[in-house]
Design a protein around this ligand. Structure first.
Ligand code: 5AD
Ligand code: SF4
Length: 435
């Protein structure tokens, strides 16, 4: 790799989950603190960070086509850094397959980017996929500019080892950030303008402070921050829904009535093969408990169709579950075999065509469910947190307490909490009238 001047401008492109969005923001802040500026919209940058996702094959392969497209008008390539979970899982392979990549940095090592950029500028390619004992959070610069709704990573990694999933390998074991660190970062987010904080973790409800204080204690303390209006958390595992956390949905007003609780499949044999360590019945019991304390709660989930060995009848059980729960929104995916995971070598891999058909049927059912939920909201009055301007004159977009997108016309500003009557349900959003 030839030497190059230190980059003056950067662009960070994040793919995949919300934690990548959070990491992308923190990397941008770190680069900013080094005097590297964000490239103006539409202009080329000296440094491009691809913050990648490894969860499914399609997402992982995308990085190589993206790298191929990163040529500038004058034919030169920018300095390219591959970050995120593909970097963690395939660091060496990226270096071998993509000579234009100068930096490969994993999700636990990106606080070391400045040194790696200096190396790359000297013509030395730099790889760091360590999971160091020192945490990036101690090194990253303080948060300065955030939107009305901000993310806060409280926990990373996963010890659950679902048989289809790469996360325990790419993000490592479950690690919780300390209570005091999190309160300090939350205060800075609020000072920077955040009205809503979404607590993030691969298993956010497994968060523990010194092994004892559970997530509800953190939520309780955050609710005491005067400038903060709303608290959310994602993603949770059914087995970590403690009584304390469930009761928080009754007791803490700032905790929004929304729960994303992935189930993946509606059949116990499939759940066992996935190593989910919960059953359909135990999952439904948790939902029941949450609904008892918070009857208006909006429920969301993740589903995988075509897990190895899944039969037609077992898939039908997933459809039955969807009908039973009445989700407000969901994510659904075709099973994607991931190298190194137990499911990738299981017998009974389901043909793509069958997966396509199952996914279509599932998504149709989930659409019906979402439409029903949104239609049932029409006539409700609620608060909307204004997040951005809409396309029309005087139009604003924001979120209802139930995480529905709501648009309305009127006098408002980003960060306002306004009272809105929900008057019409569209495909994926609702229209409201300012009260
Ligand atoms: N194939 C398809 N979907 C997957 N997910 C995780 N691993 C896989 C895989 N190998 C889905 C799960 C998880 C979400 C983040 O991604 O539904 O909850
Ligand atoms: Fe992956 Fe399962 Fe852990 Fe979720 S709980 S991150 S699906 S291994």
């Amino acid at each position: 790799m030839p030497t190059a001047p230190l980059p003056r401008t950067y662009r960070v492109k994040s793919f995949g989950c919300q934690m990548n969005v959070y990491d992308g923001e923190r990397m941008a802040e770190l680069l900013g603190a080094q005097g590297i500026q964000p490239a103006p919209e539409g202009e080329e940058s000296d440094l491009v960070v691809l913050n990648t996702c490894h969860i499914r094959e399609k997402a992982a392969e995308k990085v190589y086509s993206d790298i191929g497209r990163l040529r500038r008008k004058d034919g030169t390539a920018p300095m390219i850094a591959v970050a995120g979970c593909v970097a963690q899982a395939e660091g060496e392979e990226i270096m071998a397959r993509a000579p234009s990549v100068g930096i490969v940095v994993g999700p636990q090592a990106y606080h070391r980017l400045p040194g790696m950029i200096a190396e790359a500028a000297q013509g030395r390619r730099a790889v760091d996929t360590d999971m160091p004992a020192e945490t990036k959070f101690d090194v990253l610069p303080a948060r300065r500019k955030v939107g009305a709704s901000a993310f806060l990573t409280v926990q990373e990694g996963c010890d659950k080892f679902c048989t289809y999933c790469v996360v325990p390998y790419t993000r490592g074991a479950e690690v919780s950030r300390s209570f005091s660190d999190l309160m300090a970062e939350a205060e800075r987010l609020v000072e920077a303008g955040a009205k809503e904080i979404t607590l993030l973790g691969q298993n956010v409800n497994a968060w523990r402070d010194d092994g004892n204080r559970g997530l509800e204690k953190l939520i309780e303390a955050l609710a005491d921050l005067p400038g903060l209006a709303r608290i959310r958390y994602t993603t949770s595992h059914p087995n970590d829904m403690t009584d304390g956390l469930i009761e928080a949905h009754r007791d803490i007003e700032k905790l929004m009535p929304f729960l994303h609780l992935p189930v993946q499949a509606g059949n116990d044999r499939v759940l066992r093969a996935m190593n989910r360590s919960h059953t359909v019945a135990s999952y439904l019991k948790v939902l029941d408990q949450v609904r008892t304390v918070r009857p208006d709660i909006a429920l969301s989930g993740d589903f995988i169709v075509g897990f190895p060995g899944e039969t037609d009848t077992e898939f039908e059980d997933t459809l039955k579950l969807v009908e039973m729960v009445g989700y407000s929104q969901c994510f659904s995916f075709k099973y994607s075999p991931r190298p190194g995971t137990p499911a990738a070598t299981m017998d009974g891999q389901v043909p793509t065509q069958v997966m396509d058909e199952r996914l279509q049927r599932l998504q149709a059912a989930l659409n019906v469910s979402q439409q029903a939920f949104n239609h049932a909201s029409v006539g409700r009055r609620c608060q909307v947190l204004v997040e951005r301007k809409g396309k029309l004159d005087g139009q604003w977009l924001g979120k209802s307490p139930w995480l529905q997108s709501v648009h309305f016309i009127g006098d408002a500003a980003i960060g306002d909490l306004v009272d809105v009557d929900l008057i019409e349900a569209g495909g994926i959003s609702l229209s409201g009238r300012l009260v």
